[in-house]
Design a protein around this ligand. Structure first.
Ligand SMILES: Cc1cc2nc3c(=O)[nH]c(=O)nc-3n(C[C@H](O)[C@H](O)[C@H](O)COP(=O)(O)OP(=O)(O)OC[C@H]3O[C@@H](n4cnc5c(N)ncnc54)[C@H](O)[C@@H]3O)c2cc1C
Length: 504
């Protein structure tokens, strides 16, 4: 085995949004005791998108791996806790369901919990599936606690994420990255220079300054300056599967208790999000411009907010899809420069950190390695396809037909991979899951069950379980869970006591 030949000595990151600063923090952390340089360029003329406010549990692991103190991060970003997402009006109006993080119930005699629940349901038991989910119950009662402090209780395995102020999170990560040696350069990239073999050699700023590097990370948002404009990597448009192409966002005052979950409410031509932070709410409406105008979207959003507006409505156009190659030559694209899937399951920031983790596992040298690149691109495409299918699931199972948008969903074709999953599930309630998939069994069961998709039968092996014993076991588990949940402090009280944020 040989020692590393021709190692990368300088990384240049273009863009200082969440993607850029997460990349800076990750690379800065790896190279903090070495002579490898990490320089981040951000333009004062282009604002960050500033709307990525709901996250999923892997973010907590990332913060921990960087050595960031969670309660300090929460206070600094006005964050609140999140046990999952409440979906309102998706199946039909006045119907709602909860998609929790974490696991559902526990295996019984080796049988998957969902199958046990299915068997009881087939025998007339009407207990909702979510009565067995720690996160769903904690959300329903608006409670919060730190799961690892509840060892040996039904709550020990609960998983949570954060709602955070995207601008403050960017600033926090920026300060952190700078504190471990990442160099910040303010400037607007105007030119990208390439070598004869098409690699990126340097970028030139409006000021005339040229910045060279060995490897470039494109975090320039929807501008996609490097991977798109300079390297001409094709954008794969997936809007045939997910037709929403615009969002309008507005911040409002808090008008209620801070709920430990995101609300996603289906609307006439898409859905609205409602994200509670410690100091305000983040709200938005994701819609398809084939069915409503920006003005109509703004009116709908205003009708759906409860507090007072703090910002004017901001319209953001987008196109669902991703770059054919997200790592091409000596350039890796992250965040909005890499691709975009509507934020229905809050997956974008996660895709940034997942891409970074994968990149670290396949770390390049200055030499191009097409095997690493091909595998990296394959894996990221797989992640996007998995999330795309999961998002489509929320729409294609609706019974709504009260507007042209929803009528369209009654006939729209869905990805073949999703159809296969649905066909398979319809038999015995089984799932076709990849081990590295983001959405594990609980997520699929939660959305399928929430949208009233039920398999034809439970798995016949469940007939081996005695019905009364099974009923008693589930009843016992459910009451133990509820008992524990009710002993926890309210979400608002927990925030006040452990990680309060100062009012801005
Ligand atoms: C409507 C909407 C809702 C979303 N909701 C969520 C959510 O709930 N959860 C979630 O995880 N994600 C969400 N996202 C995605 C999330 O906002 C982004 O993935 C995340 O913020 C990362 O953005 P970014 O850093 O790639 O881009 P940006 O934040 O746009 O940053 C781009 C950076 O590039 C710089 N730049 C641009 N051009 C130049 C130039 N010429 N020279 C120098 N610098 C330049 C800018 O100054 C800026 O610093 C949402 C996105 C949208 C559009």
């Amino acid at each position: 085995m040989q020692i590393t030949q021709d190692p990368i000595k300088k990384f240049v990151i273009v863009g200082g949004g969440t993607a850029g600063w997460l990349a800076g923090a990750t690379l800065g952390n790896i190279f903090k005791h070495s002579d490898v340089e990490v320089e981040l360029i951000e333009s004062e003329d282009v604002n960050i998108i500033g709307v990525g406010e709901a996250t999923i549990p892997p973010l907590i692991d990332i913060l921990e791996s960087l050595g960031i103190d969670l309660s300090e991060f929460i206070s600094a970003t006005q964050a609140s806790f999140k046990w999952g997402i409440k979906f309102e009006n998706w199946y039909q109006k006045a119907h709602s369901y909860f998609h929790p993080f974490g696991e559902l119930g526990q295996r019984i005699d080796g049988h998957e919990f969902y199958q046990c629940w299915l068997k009881l349901k087939a025998h007339g038991d009407n207990t909702p599936l979510m009565a067995y989910s720690p996160e769903a119950m904690l959300a329903e009662y608006k409670r919060f606690f730190v799961p690892h402090q509840a060892m040996n209780t039904p709550l020990a395995g609960a998983r949570f994420a954060l709602h955070l102020d995207a601008v403050l999170a960017g600033k926090y990560l920026r300060d952190f990255a700078q504190s471990i040696g990442v160099k910040r350069t303010l400037g607007h990239v105007e030119l990208v220079d390439k070598t004869l073999d098409g690699q990126i050699a340097s970028v030139t700023l409006t000021s005339g300054q040229t910045i060279t590097g060995d490897f470039f990370i494109d975090c320039s948002g929807f501008n996609s300056l490097l991977i798109g404009n300079a390297l001409n990597t094709k954008y794969l448009d997936w809007s045939e599967y997910l037709p929403c192409n615009r969002a309008v966002a507005i911040q409002t005052t808090l008008s209620d208790d801070i709920a430990p979950y995101t609300i996603s409410r289906a609307q006439e031509a898409g859905w609205s999000w409602h994200i509670p932070l410690q100091h305000r709410m983040g709200n938005g409406y994701v819609y398809c411009d084939k069915y409503i105008s920006d003005e109509q979207a703004i009116t709908t959003l205003m009708d759906n907010i409860s507090g007072e507006p703090l910002t004017p409505p901001r319209v953001i156009p987008f196109k669902t899809g991703l770059r054919e190659q997200v790592w091409h030559k000596n350039c890796l694209a992250l965040g909005l420069a890499q691709g975009f899937l509507e934020p229905l399951e809050s997956t974008a920031i996660h895709l940034v950190s997942k891409s970074l983790a994968l990149f670290v596992r396949m770390f390049p040298t200055k030499q191009q390695n097409t095997i690493l690149q091909a595998e990296f691109n394959r894996r990221i495409h797989q992640d996007y396809a998995e999330i795309r299918d999961f998002l489509v699931l929320h729409y294609c199972t609706t019974k709504r037909d009260d507007s042209p948008f929803w009528q369209d969903w009654q006939q729209r074709s869905i990805p073949q991979t999703l159809q296969q999953r649905l066909n398979f599930f319809a038999q015995h309630g089984g799932l076709l899951n990849e081990t590295e998939a983001l959405f594990q069994a609980t997520s699929w069961y939660a959305v399928l069950n929430g949208m009233r998709v039920t398999p034809m039968a439970y798995n016949p092996t469940l007939d081996a379980l005695n019905l009364d014993t099974l009923r008693k076991s589930l009843t016992k588990g459910r009451s133990a869970l509820e008992h524990c949940v009710l002993k926890q402090p309210s979400h608002a009280q927990f925030l006040r006591e452990y990680c309060p944020a100062q009012h801005p």
